[in-house]
Design a protein around this ligand. Structure first.
Ligand code: C2E
Ligand code: CA
Ligand code: CA
Ligand code: CA
Length: 277
């Protein structure tokens, strides 16, 4: 309330100004960061029922020259708002595809490479062109690429989504619906979209341990999704309880700290090498 005193009011305005200038500063820094390629991709393993690595998800980090490693939640929103995400997203896609191709060329076990697409990227005009060009230039088998879009982004304009996803599928690319469950979409409605995988949001995995009726959403999603022949991936699996729960429900794939945190490429190479032995 502005009536509560001058100090409070001034403080409020001061903070607003600081927030705006921080954002402007962040944008300027991001611009430089993209030019100078200050980003690095980490990769988090996705394992199947037997604990074998079947894929990795590429997760971007900013190696800031002064502030060290910055997690994506601290700069993706600014990149998204400023439109810089399209440039950054292209770098991510290119780097991820090249890395996957390199693992393939080095004779390591075949795995999927999952790449996140933000809302703005998904709606960028030359999206399909960028993706097809990147795949072609990298030489990666498109079947090995999974693009992740969130359930919320997919639902926003169903017609556009269907069209884009159909084209991507015709290119051989697989599609995952990320953060699934928080948008409350009807699974039957989802059938419209040519999607291969559903990633159950971390919150529904976490509640297996913490809520009295924990896991009921995960169970419901798994039950229906299996009937509809989606591959289901559980995100953010951290505990043995969660793991056992998901195994009992025959969840196809899992990802989370209990298996591995996101790792630099060398860490994944090592894991893949141990699979060869
Ligand atoms: P997301 O796509 O849902 O990615 C999963 C996030 O959960 C990652 O956080 C991952 O490190 C974290 N995670 C994995 N397992 C566990 C676990 O067992 N426990 C907990 N507490 N967390 C776990 P990260 O890397 O910080 O990324 C956060 C979000 O930033 C991502 O969420 C995604 O929305 C976005 N993001 C990351 N990289 C990219 C990118 O290259 N492009 C775009 N557009 N967004 C990205
Ligand atoms: Ca994701
Ligand atoms: Ca997710
Ligand atoms: Ca998420």
């Amino acid at each position: 309330g502005k009536e509560l005193g001058n100090g409070c009011c001034q403080h409020y305005h001061f903070d607003m100004g600081a927030q705006v200038s921080r954002r402007v500063e962040m944008e300027a820094e991001l611009r430089i960061a993209i030019e100078e390629e200050q980003f690095i991709l980490y990769y988090q393993p996705q394992v199947d029922f037997n604990g074998c690595i079947v894929g990795v998800e590429a997760l971007v980090r900013w190696q800031h020259p002064g502030r060290g490693m910055i997690p994506p939640m601290e700069f993706i929103p600014a990149a998204e708002e400023s439109g810089l995400i399209t440039k950054l997203g292209e770098w991510v896609l290119q780097t991820a595809c090249r890395q996957a191709k390199k693992w393939q060329d080095d004779g390591l076990p075949p795995i999927y490479m999952a790449v996140n697409l933000s809302a703005r990227q998904f709606h960028q005009q030359n999206l399909l062109q960028v993706i097809s060009q990147t795949i072609e230039q990298s030489g990666l088998d498109p079947q090995r690429l999974i693009l992740e879009i969130t359930e919320t982004v997919a639902m926003k304009s169903a017609e556009y989504t269907t069209q884009v996803l159909q084209t991507l599928r015709s290119m051989g690319v697989q599609i995952a619906l990320d953060d699934f469950g928080i948008g409350y979409s009807s699974l039957l409605y989802l059938k419209k979209f040519p999607v291969n995988l559903l990633k159950i949001d971390r919150s529904f995995i976490q509640d297996i341990d913490t809520e009295p009726e924990g896991g009921s959403i995960a169970r419901a999603i798994l039950g229906l999704a299996k009937n509809l022949q989606y591959t289901v991936v559980a995100e953010g699996v951290e505990t043995v309880e969660q793991l056992n729960f998901l195994k009992k429900l025959q969840c196809d794939q899992m990802q989370g700290y209990i298996f591995s945190k996101p790792l630099p490429s060398a860490g994944i190479t090592e894991l893949l090498l141990t699979m060869l032995r």
